[in-house]
Write a protein that binds this ligand. Sequence first.
Ligand code: S3P
Length: 168
Amino acid sequence: MIVLIGFMGCGKSTIGRSIAKKLNYRFIDSDKAIEEEKGMSISEIFDTKGEEFFRAIEREYVEKLSSEEKIVLATGGGMPCYGDNGSILQRLGNVFYLKCSPQTIYERLKDDTTRPLLMCEDKLAVIQQLLTMRNEKYESAANYVLEADNLTADELTELIINKCHEKM
Ligand code: S3P
């Protein structure tokens, strides 16, 4: 399994989908899978049940995953940062951290309304704060840290596929 982790807006889903297409793997987006399972959007889950409830669902979800070969998993941005989710993800496969700067993330998400944690006045400050808190967790969960600010989705796709081939 190829696992993509990183902050909201770092490109996990776009790049994950593109890797899966090239390798003919199945693509799983944990947020989408949770939304389908619960019949609610992530925003609705946060609004009606709260973040703690979402983290518990996310935890259940990661525990149920098995280390199947031909899968690319894009995780929710917070998933590797809670409990021992990071080490569970590492046992499942090759973990890539798509590392972006707060500025890049802000530019991509400044008009987004689907991320409940960023529905606030000062988005950039919240991004900076969360990223500072989370960076170490992302790095320790990852087998590879990829500086993703200045690479296109195609370049990142190639890079990840090459790293996986080198390891085989
Ligand atoms: C979150 C990231 C989101 C989603 C939820 C919480 C986070 O996923 O799981 O809004 O805590 O960073 P994406 O990274 O796919 O946006």
